[in-house]
Design a protein around this ligand. Structure first.
Ligand SMILES: Cc1ncc(COP(=O)(O)O)c(C=O)c1O
Length: 456
C-alpha cells in the first residue's frame, strides 16, 4: 500500500475524487503511522475533532471488549441496560442545574435533528401547534442531513440538494469583521421575532463554533440578549455541543462558562472519543415534563441509539477524563496554547485573528493587502495550508466557506487533551512553518497579479 490512495485506485467511493487520502495503518496517542514509515502528528482528533483522548487507550478499548462480551447490542425501543442508564445519570449530573433526561443517538447530526424535533414536540405537547421554525447563526455546521443542513444559511453546503432542505431563519455571526459587539446579530434576531415570533420553536447554535468559524463565540452581550429573549418569547434555546461538549473548551459543556442556560444540549464526538459512535441529547426538566404530562411518547430513534457497546464506551471515556483530570488540564493549558500560537503567528501577514477556547483553536486568514478582506478563493489558501502542514507531518483542518459570505479561509485545531507540552509545541511550530510557506506563495501570486506592494 502506498502513502496516499487516489480515487482511481480504490473501490471506496471517496468524498472528494480529486483528493489523495493518506493511508493510515495504525495510531498511538496523537501520532498516526502510514505504511512506509510516514508519521503524522494529529492536531484535529482523527480529522474531525473526535479523538480527544488519543489512540490506543487500553481502558477504552478494553471497555468496548468487555461490553461486547457481555451484551453488545440491544434496541432501546425494547430494552434498557446498565451502560445506558449509568451514562444518562452521569451526563445529567455533569450538565448540572435541572438537566433531567438524556436521549442517546449515534452521532451529531442525529442529535441535532432529535433536538429540533424535541423543541417542536415541546410546543405541540403544550398546545402550541404554530411553533416549528428554528433561528440559527448563518455561518455554522450542524450536520449533513436535510433537516440539519436547513439549520445553516450556507447555500454552498446545500448545493444541488436544496429541494430537500427546508430553509430556516438566520442571523449573521457577530465576528470581528462583521459585528464585533453582537448588536447587529441581536437586531437581526429581533426583526425575525417581530415577523415570526409565534412560529419560532427554537434558537439553535454552537456556543463556541467548530469547523465553520473555529473557536468563535459571540460576545457576552449577545448571549445575555438571547437569554432575555428566551424568557420573553418562549422559544427554546438549543446548544449544539457536538464538538464542544465533554471537555473540549475546558468545561464539561461550553454553556457552563456562559451567561445563559440552554434548554436542550446535544453532544457527540468527544463522548465516544473515537472508540465508539455515540451522541446524546440532554434536556432540562420542563422540556421532559411537556412530554411527560402530554402524549408520553417521544418515539424517534435509530437502530444503534443507546446500545450497550457505545454507551459503555461513553462511560469509560468519562471515567478516563475524570481519573486524569483532563478537563482541568484543557482549562489551564488552553489559554497558554492560544498565546503560544498567537505569538508564533504574530509576524504573518496572512493571519488576521487567532482564536482559542480550551483545546479548540482557530486561525482566521485575510488578504495581506489590507489585513481584513477575505482572500480570493482562487488562491486556495485553506487547501494549501492543509497540504503544507501534511508535508511537515501535521494534520490540521482548514476550510474556505467564502462563497457564503460570512467567513473566509480558516484553520481549525482540536488537539487531544492528552497531548504533551512537547507535542503541543510541535503543533504550533509545524503549523507556523506551513503558514509561512503558504504566505510566501500568496504574496508572490498577489504581487505578480496586481504589481501592487504587498506586505510580507
Ligand atoms: C458542530 C457540529 N455539529 C454537528 C456535527 C455533525 O455530527 P456528525 O458528523 O457526528 O453527524 C458536526 C460534525 O462535524 C459538528 O462539527
Amino acid at each position: 500500500m502506498s502513502a496516499f490512495v487516489h480515487a482511481d485506485e480504490t473501490a471506496v467511493f471517496p468524498r472528494e475524487l480529486d483528493r489523495p487520502y493518506p493511508f493510515v495503518e495504525r495510531a498511538e496517542g496523537v501520532w498516526l503511522y502510514g505504511p512506509g514509515g510516514e508519521r503524522y502528528l494529529d492536531a484535529v482528533g482523527g480529522g474531525a475533532m473526535v479523538s480527544s483522548l488519543g489512540a490506543g487507550v487500553r481502558e477504552l478499548y478494553e471497555a468496548a471488549r468487555r461490553q461486547a462480551a457481555r451484551v453488545s447490542f440491544l434496541y432501546n425501543q425494547q430494552f434498557t441496560h446498565e451502560p445506558q442508564e449509568a451514562l444518562a445519570r452521569r451526563l445529567v449530573e455533569l450538565a448540572g442545574g435541572d438537566f433531567a433526561r438524556v436521549h442517546f443517538t449515534t452521532g451529531g447530526a442525529e442529535a441535532n435533528e432529535t433536538a429540533v424535533r424535541l423543541a417542536r414536540a415541546y410546543h405541540v405537547e403544550r398546545g402550541d401547534e404554530r411553533r416549528w421554525r428554528t433561528v440559527s447563526q448563518a455561518q455554522a455546521y450542524h450536520g449533513p442531513t436535510a433537516v440539519t443542513l436547513g439549520l445553516t444559511g450556507r447555500r454552498a453546503l446545500t448545493g444541488a440538494f436544496s429541494p430537500y432542505v427546508v430553509p430556516q431563519l438566520y442571523i449573521p455571526p457577530a465576528t470581528w469583521r462583521l459585528d464585533p459587539t453582537g448588536a447587529d446579530a441581536l437586531a437581526a434576531l429581533d426583526e425575525i421575532l417581530a415577523a415570526h415570533g409565534d412560529e419560532v420553536a427554537a434558537f439553535l447554535c454552537e456556543p463556541v463554533s467548530a469547523a465553520a468559524l473555529p473557536a468563535y463565540s459571540p460576545p457576552d452581550r449577545f448571549w445575555e440578549g438571547l437569554a432575555e429573549r428566551q424568557k420573553r418569547h418562549g422559544f427554546l434555546v438549543v446548544f449544539d455541543e457536538v464538538v464542544t461538549g465533554i471537555g473540549r473548551t475546558g468545561s464539561w459543556f461550553a454553556f457552563q462558562d456562559m451567561p445563559i442556560v440552554p434548554d436542550v444540549v446535544t453532544t457527540a464526538k468527544g463522548l465516544g472519543a473515537g472508540y465508539a459512535p455515540v451522541g446524546a441529547v440532554l434536556c432540562r426538566e420542563h422540556v421532559y415534563e411537556a412530554v411527560a404530562s402530554g402524549s408520553r411518547v417521544f418515539d424517534l430513534g435509530h437502530t444503534w441509539d443507546g446500545a450497550p457497546l457505545p454507551t459503555a464506551v461513553g462511560l469509560a471515556v468519562l471515567d478516563y477524563l475524570e481519573r486524569h483530570d483532563l478537563v482541568e488540564r484543557v482549562r489551564e493549558r488552553g489559554p497558554v496554547l492560544h498565546d503560544e500560537l498567537e505569538r508564533a503567528l504574530s509576524g504573518s501577514s496572512l493571519v488576521a485573528e487567532v482564536r482559542g477556547r480550551g483545546f479548540l483553536l482557530g486561525v482566521d486568514y485575510a488578504d495581506p493587502r489590507d489585513g481584513r478582506s477575505f482572500l480570493d478563493p482562487a488562491l486556495g489558501v485553506a487547501r494549501k495550508i492543509d497540504t503544507e502542514a501534511l508535508a511537515r507531518g501535521l494534520v490540521v483542518y482548514s476550510t474556505q466557506p467564502t462563497a457564503d459570505g460570512w467567513a473566509g479561509d480558516q484553520t481549525l485545531l482540536a488537539p487531544a487533551f492528552v497531548s504533551t507540552d512537547e507535542e503541543l509545541g510541535e503543533i504550533v511550530s509545524r503549523l507556523a512553518e506551513a503558514i509561512a510557506a503558504v504566505e510566501q506563495e500568496v504574496v508572490r501570486e498577489l504581487r505578480s497579479a496586481s504589481g501592487a506592494a504587498v506586505r510580507g
